[in-house]
Design a protein around this ligand. Structure first.
Ligand code: RB5
Length: 145
């Protein structure tokens, strides 16, 4: 199960991505924002990121204007590895090498077709483990160092 969240600047792209998720049969929950009214992105980043960190969702998608604020906020939550992506190769590698459990997208940066493609790659790519798991464990260790 997937969680998705945006601020006002990511709201329109989120609507398109939710239609895409429905079309591909991927279950998700939208934890806000629920209108294009101006709001504060850390509220929604925290809601979605805590839900992933607590195991209520396997993965999450965050959208703001650039994806920057959402990714910065989400990565403050222990257990979250949120990748800001704007190309398909990074969308693949953030799963294969970094075991990202969230991606952040910029609604003012990328178009909807690229966003849909990157979401598909994020959802469909497995973590490779092995030496990459050692490195991801080192990232996790930084949370308590
Ligand atoms: C909102 O204007 C904008 O700052 C926000 O969506 C995001 O891009 C922040 O990183």
């Amino acid at each position: 199960m997937l969680v998705i969240a945006s601020d006002h600047a990511g709201y329109a792209l989120k609507q398109e991505l939710m239609e895409h998720l429905k079309a591909r049969g991927t279950a998700f929950e939208d934890v806000g924002t629920y209108s294009p009214e101006s709001c504060h992105y850390p509220i929604y980043a925290e809601k979605a990121a805590r839900a992933v960190a607590e195991g209520r969702y396997e993965k999450g998608i965050l959208i703001c204007g650039t994806g920057l604020g959402m990714s910065m906020a989400a990565n403050k939550i222990p257990g979250i590895r949120c990748a800001l992506v704007s190309d398909c190769f990074s969308a693949e590698m953030c799963r294969a090498h970094n075991n990202a459990n969230m991606i952040a997208l910029g609604g003012r940066v990328i178009g909807p077709e690229l966003a849909k493609r990157m979401v598909d790659i994020f959802l469909d790519t497995d973590f490779l483990g092995g030496k990459h798991a050692v490195r991801v464990d080192m990232i996790t260790a930084l949370e308590t160092k």
